[in-house]
Design a protein around this ligand. Sequence first.
Ligand SMILES: [Zn+2]
Length: 267
Amino acid sequence: MSRILCPLCRQPLQRQPAVWKCAWGHSFDVAREGYVNLLPVQHKNSLEPGDSVEMVLARREFLQAGYYQPLREACVALLTPLGAQALLDVGCGEGYYTGALTAAAPEVIGLDIAKPAIRLAAKRFRNITWLVGSAALLPLADASVDIVCSLFSQLQIAEMQRVLKPGGHVLVVTPAADHLWSVREQLFDTVQPHEPDKFLAGFEGGFELHTRQEVRVSLSLEQAALRQLLEMTPYAWKAKPEKRAALEGRETFFTQAAFSLMLLRKM
Ligand SMILES: [Zn+2]
């Protein structure tokens, strides 16, 4: 039985090479790149939901340069010992992290609401199921996956809990308190520390904290990489344009990325 559900009637989708169909006759074409769009028009809040093409491309360039590779390796190292069968990466973007997670589970599903991101992901990694879909209503059966990953994406904890098998795990990756502090000092008059602990509060009751770690990466950024980083973070568009312009004019900029990794187990 397919673990992937029709987003319209919540019946399992039978997967065929060119089209996926439910028993009620709803059908979803497999795109040329290999992904399937399971976001019905009526679930869209905007014409092009999720990250823009510009943001996705900037992020892909930055990540391909390897700046955040230590984080990707840390995620794989944390998840591989769990011996999972099926892993879901929610808010997977263009799949930089997802692509490496095949080391942690034989079946990997990457889901994002942004079609431009999923299209790029599907072109690059063929051995993963790529879905355009909503994290708020995942097109997945109850208790159907062993691991759910959420890297820098909005947490929909009730949905994660629903699709996880008993004893399954959630990996949450979020900025640590001083993530890109020197970048933020250039953009804002006052800098607020990130509060990764706030994310844990939502898991109380249904989950227990399994492992927690921090990954820190020193970055020496040339101008092009700095611009890509600014394009992919929410900081830049909250900053005053003149401050952003001044920062983007820098030839080289040193900063430190800091990530909080929280692995939780469903009780
Ligand atoms: Zn259906």
